[in-house]
Design a protein around this ligand. Structure first.
Ligand SMILES: NC(=O)c1ccc[n+]([C@@H]2O[C@H](COP(=O)([O-])OP(=O)(O)OC[C@H]3O[C@@H](n4cnc5c(N)ncnc54)[C@H](O)[C@@H]3O)[C@@H](O)[C@H]2O)c1
Length: 410
């Protein structure tokens, strides 16, 4: 039996504390009067001193009008409030007479813990970031049947404290959940993007509903049920690897044409414009990254066709990135023996280049069972810098490999 304290026993914290109290000795502290049959509600000094583990479940509130119940998309974006978390940390520092295992549950945006909270915590304490995927109405059930448990450590490695927290959770879990260990920042991102993936999904299906109403002869359920049964590409892990943007003969032009349909039927918003705009800015960001890494080296893109093993350059994300490289005042060449558009395609590289590793045939074709890696289309000269947006290439002698999208310190 462990001695556990919960600071903040509100909508989330109280139920979670009561679940823990079925197996452990649990105290709770709140700035408002709270009662519980199983959690000992006490003052902060007793909670801090009597608890080995201290879970912080205080609010990280949004500003007035930023909860989504009234229109807010026209308003200035604002971060959550952090005062209560800071207050909880300061109280732990003030009252602790020995080292504590401090676990922050409250939802914050990526980067907040490292920037604002950890520096405030007395170094004698140990710390983990452990946000919960819990929904109102089913808090106690969600607590013991989570889809995953996210445990954030400073460097993303599963340290001893993370192991101890897993052992603690094993005493209460009913579904033998998946434990995901990452940096504090990665766990902040897992939690908040989990929620916003759901928002994006709901936004998409409701958009189909809007089209059904305006176009006619469409039952939205027939469409969304067919998509829901599409487990090959839509409802599954495919397309969950960040890398080059969506490309090809169909996807970009479908989105571009749907911008027309959204206007024609006056649905009042244009998600396709947002998606295509984001795709373009993502390509420009990648182009800027290549230019920044070039240090006077010329730039080459390894793969011009929109994917490996085909000649088609239609809808190619490589050429979109190339467009922005040129816009930034640099020249670019492409390596691709199959490309059906020969403009700027070369067969060899003379001297070192910055090389964007655009094609990754294993990622593109692994759903067919084909696991073969992309082989270099020519010899990559020594001294070159390879920017791998798929983060799969390993270090090679004489070449520098940069994994685009991984900013963990080496
Ligand atoms: N409610 C949910 O479904 C849910 C799910 C996942 C994550 N979260 C996150 O958990 C955190 C808590 O959410 P909640 O819904 O329980 O909020 P809540 O407002 O219901 O509860 C927070 C509790 O903390 C108390 N409190 C405020 N300031 C305090 C302080 N300085 N010291 C001690 N206690 C203090 C409040 O009195 C309240 O009882 C938030 O960051 C939220 O985003 C909530």
């Amino acid at each position: 039996m462990k001695k556990i304290g919960f600071i903040g026993i509100g909508k989330l914290g109280l139920d979670c504390a009561e679940v823990m109290a079925e197996k452990h000795e649990v105290r709770g502290y709140d700035i408002y009067p709270r009662t519980s049959d199983t959690v000992k509600v006490c003052d902060i000094e007793e909670l801090v001193n009597e608890s080995e583990w201290i879970f912080i479940a205080v609010p990280t509130p949004h500003a007035e009008g930023y909860d989504g119940s009234v229109p807010s998309s026209h308003m200035e974006p604002k971060d959550f409030g952090h005062e209560a978390v800071i207050d909880a940390i300061q109280k732990i520092n003030k009252y602790a007479k020995s080292s504590k295992k401090v676990v922050l549950i409250s939802t914050v945006l990526p980067g907040t813990t490292r920037r604002k909270f950890f520096p405030l915590l007395d170094p004698q304490h140990q710390f983990l970031y452990n946000p919960y995927l819990i929904a109102m109405g089913s808090v106690k059930w969600d607590m013991v049947n989570p889809e995953m448990v996210m445990i954030g450590t400073d460097d993303g490695n599963p340290n001893a404290l993370a192991g101890e927290l897993i052992d603690l959770y094993k005493t209460i879990m009913q579904n033998n959940p998946r434990y995901e260990i990452g940096t504090w920042d990665e766990c902040e991102a897992m939690k908040i993007f989990y929620n916003t993936f759901i928002s994006a999904k709901v936004g998409l299906v409701n958009m189909i509903q809007d089209f059904a109403l305006r176009i006619g002869h469409i039952n939205v359920d027939v469409v969304t049920d067919a998509l829901a049964r599409s487990t090959m590409r839509i409802m599954g892990p495919k397309y969950m690897t960040a890398g080059m943007g969506d490309a090809g003969a169909c996807h970009p032009r479908d989105n571009i044409a749907l911008r027309w349909l959204a206007k024609e039927y006056d649905i009042g918003y244009d998600l396709f414009d947002t998606v295509m705009h984001a795709r373009e800015i993502q390509a420009r960001n990648l182009a800027q990254f290549l230019v920044d890494k070039s240090n006077n080296l010329p730039i080459a893109i390894h793969g011009k066709a929109y994917k490996p093993d085909v000649p088609y350059c239609i809808g190619s994300y490589s050429t979109l990135v190339g467009h922005y490289i040129k816009e930034l005042g640099h020249s670019v060449v492409y390596l691709d023996p199959l490309a059906d558009d020969p403009a700027d395609v070369v067969a060899e590289l003379s001297g070192p280049h910055v090389v964007l590793w655009a094609h990754n045939r294993k990622i593109t074709y692994e759903y067919t069972g084909d696991q073969l890696e992309t082989q270099p289309y020519c010899e990559i000269p020594q001294g070159s810098v390879i920017v791998d947006p798929w983060r799969k290439l390993v270090d090679m002698t004489g070449l520098t490999v940069i994994h685009y999208g991984n900013t963990r310190p080496a």
